[in-house]
Design a binder for this molecule. Structure first.
Ligand SMILES: [Zn+2]
Ligand SMILES: [Zn+2]
Length: 130
């Protein structure tokens, strides 16, 4: 049996493996991002699915992420929630202090990050892969 790497419950809502890189299981996770994600989880009162958390450089290339992606630093997540309109999820996320929010309506996910500096919000695919 393979060791259950990253099978660690961080809070009642999230385990570490949900944030790991799918190719190598390495993981970095910003505590500021994680705190806010838990606040979002409590606000919507539904499970949050992590489409993409930490990415190693190889994985970031594979998925077409930009070179400076905050996923490489453990400071970004892409998420979706079942039975909740993406637009409603966006409204909840905007009430919480994320620094970057990307709204990917066609792909059905929200990108959230904790970049330094001014807040960023974008829609659609002009900055795809962030
Ligand atoms: Zn990897
Ligand atoms: Zn992203």
């Amino acid at each position: 049996m393979v060791d259950k790497i990253n099978d660690i419950e961080l809070t009642e809502y999230f385990s570490l493996y949900e944030f790991e890189c799918p190719c190598c299981k390495r993981v970095m996770l910003s505590s500021d991002l994680f705190t806010r994600l838990n606040h979002l989880r409590m606000a919507i009162n539904r499970p949050i699915y992590i489409n993409s958390g930490y990415r190693c450089p190889e994985e970031n290339k594979r998925v077409g992420g930009v070179a400076g992606s905050y996923h490489l630093l453990g400071m970004a997540v892409d998420i979706h929630v079942k039975d909740l309109l993406l637009y409603d999820l966006l409204t909840f996320a905007q009430e919480i202090d994320f620094n970057g929010i990307g709204f990917y309506e066609k792909k059905g996910f929200l990108h959230l990050d904790m970049r330094p500096g001014p807040k960023h919000f974008w829609k659609g695919k002009e900055l795809i892969g962030y």
